[in-house]
Each structure stands twice: as structure tokens, then as C-alpha cells.
Design a protein around this ligand. Sequence first.
Ligand SMILES: Cc1ncc(COP(=O)(O)O)c(C=O)c1O
Length: 391
Amino acid sequence: MPGFSTRAIRAASRIPDAPQPPVNVPIYASATFEVADAAELGDLLEFGRPGHSYSRYSNPTHEALEHAIAELEGAEAGLSTASGMAAVHGVMLSILRSGDEVVVPAAVYGGIVGIAQAVLERSGIVTRAVDTTDPDAVAAAIGPRTRLLWLETISNPTTAVADVATLAELAHARDVVVAVDNTFASPALATPLSRGADLVVHSTTKYIGGHSDIIGGIVVGSAERVAAARKIVINAGGNGSPWEAFLALRGLKTLALRMERHSSNALAVATALDGAPGVIGVRYPGLASHPQHQLAAAVLRDGMAGGMLAVELEGGRAHGERFLGTMKVGVHATSLGGVETLVSHPASSSHRQLSDADLGAAGLTPGMLRVSIGLEDADDLVADLTAAAAG
Ligand SMILES: Cc1ncc(COP(=O)(O)O)c(C=O)c1O
């Protein structure tokens, strides 16, 4: 009879029969999967047959998330990653190589500026930042070496809305691939592939997870493009954990409900802050004063405009700091898309890579606050944030 340790390891690794399927996708907390022979393992490592070999390559909990978000975004395939930035990296590096160019919005998430400086530049890839709300500017920025146009459905943090259909047509006419970061809208509000995008990425850390308790990302698109991104992610070690994939799946189930409440709360706060004491301006795609309000109404589902606002305070940076110290309901923290209202100061956090001149070019000011409206009671948020602005 084998010794205790041998028996304990075997006994504790026996997979139970579960003829009744569980209501939730199990967390497959297994780094590796047993195979019958070397040929099977070889095939699995090349994705030559269904199944899983090693969790850096694929994992059933991730696969469930990949299928779910691919279905909701109208995509053929998906790839679950360790973070939104791992998804961005996988997409960019699967398309761009030394000598290529990528066109990105001037008003964009600071992580894109970060990857351009820390990764693309040293790989010999040139990044061109333009006002992507102006199709002529995008057309002018696309040159013979441009391979990728990067867009955000709703931009971080200035809430500019991308006309994906127009820009995708323009890009495709020049053989340029279009990738859209759909994090701010979530698949509950927008599906950029249906407007002509080739690839969509999300930071599932945000609305899909929805509770500020995970870091994760996802890529969706055609099987071929997603496989190319997977190759980068596998080799760069950008795979996520099945625990977080489980939480992203759980978040997905309530995403639509949460986006409704985020949107109605954000509209109430944006309306109250617009013209309130201490406030110069509010950018929210749901307000008629927003430059792309009509486009937002056309491309975002059921008139919802999401939970993100940019608020410009009268007193610049000092006023922004006072606001953050005064508010009682909102939480001063980076990130977004959680159940709690999160307020941050992009110039010193998400966009700290940008100089004041670059901030201006991105439509940002040192006194601008990014507000991720949560699911609290709208009246409490309005009272808290208008008082903080007036203070
Ligand atoms: C629009 C957008 N895309 C991507 C990311 C990166 O996501 P993660 O922090 O999960 O890597 C963020 C993070 O703030 C974001 O706001």
C-alpha cells in the first residue's frame, strides 16, 4: 500500500462526479491538466484540439468568460487576460512590429501613453496622437506605415465619444486594423464590432467586474485576430487568474442592471453639477451640451450614457484637492466602474505621464476631476458632490 503522503495527494486530487451541472462556472484552480500521452499534450499546446494543457495557455474558467463576453460583444472569439493593460499589450503587439505606426486618440487613457513610451517606442513603433473626434485629422494621421487605429468608445477621462463606424470605414480603406477600448461603455451599452471595429478590449477591472475587487482584461474579435493576441499574451505571461475570471463572470450577470443605475445616477449628478457653484463645466455624453451628445444617443443603448463624468472646477488644481478632501460619499481613489463612487484627479494619477502641454492637447486641465458615479442613492450623490464643488 502506498504511503500516507502518496495516498493523500491522490485522494485530494480526485475530481468528483457532478452529474447535475452547477449553477455557477467553477473556479478551475489548476495550473496544469492531466493528459493521456505526449501527442495529446503537444496538440493542446498548439491549440490543435479542444481542451486545456497549462493555465498560462488557457483555463476553463477563463474560457467561460471568453465565450460569454465574445457572445455579448458579437465576436467569434475571446481572450481573458491578467489586466486591461495585458489585453491592450496583446492586441498592440500582435498587430504592430518595428517600423509600424499606430494612431491613438489625443484624449485617451493614460495607460496608452504609458505603453507607447515604455514598450512601443523601444520596439521601434511610432505612436501618433490625434483628435479622433475629427475624421479628417485621423485620415491625415494615417500614413503608409500605419497598421492600427486605437479608439475608446467613450474616452478616459474627457468622455469624448468615438464615431467608430465612420472611422472604421476610413481606416479599412487604408488597410488599417481598428481596435476599440470599450471599457467605459461596457457591452451593455455598446458593441463596437457591430460598427466595424476589428477588435474590442475591456479592462474587466471596471464595469464588468463592477465591485472594485479584481484586476482583469479581455480581448474579443475574429478567431484569427484573437489567436494572434493569445500568442503574445502566452509568451508575455499576461494570463489572468481563474479566481478573477469567476468574479468577472459573476459581475457580468448584473452588468445591465448596474449600467442602468450608473447611467441614471450620473445623469442626475451631471445635471446638478452643470452650472452649480464652483463648477466651470461638466462633460457627460448624456447632457445636451456634450459635443457628441447626438452621436452618444445613437450609439449607446437605450439613451444611457454610462457612469463617467469629467468635472472642471473654477479654482483649478487647489480646488480639485479641496473637493477630494470635502466629499463624504465619494471615495478618492483611482479606477472606475465600481458600485461606489470613485473620484480621481487625472493630472496626478491616471494621466501623470502627460506634461501640462500634453494634458491640454488631450483636452484635460490640471483642475479636472474624473468622477465614476456609483450605485449609491442619487440624492446623496448630488448633495455630496455639489457641496464638495461649492467648498
Ligand atoms: C479605459 C481603460 N482602458 C484600460 C485600462 C487598463 O485596465 P487595467 O487597470 O485593468 O489594466 C483602464 C484602467 O484604468 C482604463 O480606464
